[in-house]
Design a protein around this ligand. Structure first.
Ligand code: GTP
Ligand code: SPV
Ligand code: MN
Length: 587
């Protein structure tokens, strides 16, 4: 498939290490993928679902100990520990290689090595990058074939260049004690052992497109972010694009595919999805910031996805999709919590056990997911394949905050916006192993994904702002998750988030007024359109926009603690922003 000497030499080296019975190159053809699906069904690795109701769909269960990313076992292996920074776990590269090679050695014995050449971004786009993943898992091959562009065409574009990312995945025994997800940013290399789940093993996704790419982006003057990209089309047919960074399982897929409320649809507003998880952004020839989605599919959270909350995502899962760790019904279809109000009584849970919905134990794992091709999405943007990307008008940060953060506010400036991103905090979710619902600081929703020192990352953001000047996107923060005294969400969310997006877009065009508060510009409560919303009044919005100065002073303290932990790498400008915010709050 290629004469690229750097690729052939590396594969020879890895073959000698892991000792496969055979090597199979993934060429991207449907025939080959179909053969692999058959093989996975025969071995029991996948179950073929009801082909009438879910054509081309398959079902997979992971090992019960292997259901999410493992941040404790994810390492950044830069030569200097300082370059990994205090938010990452670090290991010296030579020690890491030795540890990983000892685990990987001979682990493909009796197995096949699949070689997956893949492109992150439209093949041949100047914003795209290429990787090669070696894996011994058909499940990984089939997922990568949905999530990325794979096969011969990628090798053709690469030619004999050495500009590609090496990725070795060894499933081994899925031993959680020997599970490691290691990035070597200085070597363009990823090694992942003893897992077979999502972000741990689909190496193009978090490992490459965020951890390795964020490091490349810093060195090359662009940005790799944990962000959705969407376009809002107005009745005149003009489309404005925004990016939004929310932490894992905090609403990116939902916002990216949202359906505007009836009133907006009647007027002719539409929302188009460019991406739901990752954005690569670069300054374009006209000086604006342009974004591409490096992925080719959605690895979306299943629970909570329904005809009501996200019909577009649901539609995307109705064909050629792989379901992981959801409930399997006897008719060969699938179910998860929140899909509808009729849990099946005769189904198997995500562990393959008979499941009684009345038991109170969820049938689908909270981090169960669907892997669906982007083309399946009814609202996929016509610009999805545009190699130049789309121009970004606004960048939106947000997280799960029961208190403190208001529904929406705008930063005073780019530098203040970088502070707002750096100050992000959110309640933890099931997307990573560990406690759920604990508030932790998650700067720019990138905490698990920085490929280098977070302080240097902040500096890079400030640098990008200077480079973009007055053409830089405006920066906003949103919070869909404020709760009342009983713990219920106050804001209806989902499609109604359009109402907030509208204010944001009007601000970008200079068409909406704002109130200057201590934390930033807020809408006047009556400027958030609530027509047609049940139970939401201008007073509700007033409450959602309320800034509690005590809570905010606490928050600044939390940010300063994070900065203290990061130390000298925090740019002085951000300390100044924190001080200025404290002063405004104390007035
Ligand atoms: P990753 O794929 O893990 O990066 O996550 P994501 O940010 O794409 O998360 P996703 O959109 O899948 O959201 C996951 C959870 O957030 C689901 O339980 C949703 O129901 C919930 N959610 C999304 N949007 C809203 C909203 O506007 N309001 C409320 N209350 N919940 C929401
Ligand atoms: C996330 O956790 O942010 C995800 C899922 O998007 S995973 O690919 O597993 O990282
Ligand atoms: Mn994500």
């Amino acid at each position: 498939m290629t004469n690229n000497k750097t690729i052939l030499a590396w594969i020879d080296e890895m073959k000698a290490l892991v000792n496969p019975d055979q090597v199979v190159w993934i060429d991207g053809s449907e025939e080959q993928l179909e053969e692999l699906r058959k093989e996975a069904v025969e071995s029991g690795e996948m179950i073929k679902l009801n082909q009438e109701k879910l054509p081309g769909c398959y079902y997979h269960r992971t090992a019960p100990n292997d259901v999410a990313r493992v941040e404790d076992r994810t390492l950044i292996c830069s030569r200097k520990e300082e370059d990994a920074g205090p938010t990452n776990h670090w290991k010296e590269p030579q020690e890491a290689y030795k540890m990983l090679y000892d685990i990987a050695r001979g682990s493909y014995k009796g197995r096949t090595m699949y070689v997956i050449p893949y492109s992150m971004g439209p093949v041949g786009s100047s914003l795209a990058k290429i990787g090669v993943e070696l894996t011994d898992s058909i499940y990984v091959v089939l997922n990568m074939s949905i999530m990325t562009r794979v096969g011969q065409k990628v090798m053709d574009v690469l030619g004999d260049s050495n500009d590609w990312v090496r990725g070795l995945h060894c499933k081994c025994d899925v031993d959680p004690e020997k599970r490691w997800i290691c990035q070597f940013p200085e070597d363009n290399t990823i090694i992942s052992v003893n897992s077979a789940y999502g972000g741990n093993v689909l190496l193009g996704k978090k490992c490459f497109a965020l951890r390795i790419a964020s490091y490349q982006a810093k060195n090359e003057g662009w940005m790799a972010e944990h962000m959705l990209i969407l376009g809002v089309e107005n009745p005149k047919g003009e489309v404005k694009y925004v990016c939004a960074a929310f932490p894992s399982a905090c609403g990116k897929t939902n916002l990216a595919m949202m359906i505007p409320p009836e009133g907006y649809r009647a007027k002719g507003y539409k929302v188009w999805t460019v991406g739901d998880d990752i954005a690569w952004m670069r300054k374009g020839p006209d000086g604006r910031l342009y974004a591409i989605n490096p992925e080719n599919g959605f690895f979306g959270v299943a629970p909570g996805t329904s005809e009501k909350t996200n019909p577009n995502a649901l539609a995307a899962t109705r064909k050629n999709t792989i379901f992981t760790n959801v409930v399997l019904k006897p008719d060969g279809t699938v179910w998860w919590e929140g899909l509808d109000k009729n849990p099946p009584t005769d189904a198997l849970n995500w562990k393959g056990e008979p499941w009684d919905p009345a038991s109170g134990v969820p049938g689908a794992h909270p981090n169960s997911r669907f892997t669906s091709p982007a083309v399946n999405c009814p609202c996929i943007s016509s610009e999805f394949e545009n190699p130049q990307g789309v121009p970004i008008s606004a960048i939106i940060f947000g997280g799960r905050r029961a208190k403190t953060a208001p529904l929406v506010y705008q930063s005073f400036s780019w530098a203040h916006g970088v502070y707002v991103g750096s100050a992000m905090a959110s309640e933890t979710t099931a997307a990573a192993a560990g406690a759920v619902g604990v508030v932790r600081r998650d700067p720019m929703a990138m905490r698990p994904f920085f490929g280098y020192n977070v302080g240097d990352y902040f500096a890079h953001w400030l640098e990008m702002g200077k480079k973009l000047g007055d053409k830089a996107p405006k920066i906003f923060n949103v919070n869909w998750f404020r709760t009342d005294d009983e713990g219920h969400f106050i804001w209806p969310g989902f499609g109604d988030n359009m109402r907030v997006l509208m204010w944001i877009l009007k601000r970008c065009k200079g068409e909406a007024e704002a109130v200057e508060t201590a934390i930033g510009y807020e809408p006047k409560p009556e400027d958030i359109d609530i027509t047609g919303l049940d139970g939401v009044t201008v007073d509700t919005i007033k409450g959602l926009l309320d800034v509690d100065k005590e809570l905010w002073l606490e928050d600044v303290k939390g940010v300063e603690e994070l900065y203290a932990q990061i130390g000298d790498h925090v740019p002085a400008e951000l300390h100044a922003e924190a001080a200025a915010l404290r002063e405004r709050l104390s007035k």
